[in-house]
Design a protein around this ligand. Structure first.
Ligand SMILES: [Fe+2]
Length: 241
């Protein structure tokens, strides 16, 4: 067993992530070399992109699995999608169209707008819980709503979980995003860390740097919790302690 990446865009040609199977293979090889054993590629569940079609994503994940097996890259792949948290998602979440994480689908990776506030956030989390969906918020440090004091704590208290983008720790998204990421990390508010990898270029530098930065700041036990123990609980559809 190794590290688990619950947020990456390695299903080529479906969203704004990798464009070719060769790029997907290069990214997967890199992650395997850094100690990852499980990936849950998370194509955008957006109607404007081919990745809006869950069947196309399932088919491409099958192709990626076959490619990795052929090339001797040992990585288990799991079902996942990155969902915009809006009314359409809430409607889908109520039925069989829910695109959750792993076989259980109890947890769903959701994202908020980067620059726009979402004042109704606590209500959205509450409504999701009633539908049996536990939200894992992608990169809150990049989203304006989480700049609001107390918002991250509140979402966690309501049963949501937060996912750190590793790149935020090494300046990939600028200084203010980096500062918020450090604050949320120091306060123990993240449940999961992930790469949100979109292409392999430069990743051989920033991903290992970010893993080091995480360990330096939070310690080895926190790294194991954020990239192994907790993501496995989410894949299994378990509650987080
Ligand atoms: Fe993403």
């Amino acid at each position: 067993m190794g590290l688990v990446d619950l947020h990456c865009h390695l299903l080529w040609g479906l969203d704004d992530g990798v464009e070719t199977s060769a790029e997907a293979l290069a990214a997967a090889r890199l992650l395997a070399s850094l100690g990852f054993s499980d990936l849950a590629p998370s194509p955008h569940a957006s109607p404007e992109m081919p990745s809006g079609d869950p069947e196309a994503c399932d088919a491409r994940r099958g192709e990626l699995g076959a490619l990795l097996a052929r090339e001797g890259v040992s990585l288990a792949l799991h079902r996942n999608a990155e969902n915009k948290l809006d009314e359409a998602f809430l409607e889908r979440a109520a039925g069989p169209g829910r695109r959750g994480i792993g076989a259980s689908g109890r947890w769903a990776l959701v994202e908020l707008p980067f620059r726009q506030g979402v004042p109704a956030l606590p209500d959205l989390v509450f409504r999701l819980q009633r539908l049996g969906v536990a939200p894992l918020f992608a990169h809150p440090e990049r989203c304006a709503e989480f700049e609001r004091p107390g918002r991250a704590e509140e979402v966690v208290r309501l049963g949501g979980a937060l996912q750190l983008n590793l790149g935020s720790l090494v300046g990939l998204f600028g200084r203010s995003v980096g500062r918020l990421a450090q604050r949320l990390l120091d306060d123990g508010l993240y449940a999961v860390a992930a790469t949100d990898l979109h292409h392999p270029d430069g990743a051989d530098e920033w991903v290992p740097e970010a893993l080091e930065a995480l360990e330096r700041r939070a310690g080895a036990a926190a790294l194991a919790r954020l990239l192994d123990e907790q993501p496995r609980r989410i894949l299994a559809g378990e509650e987080l302690p």
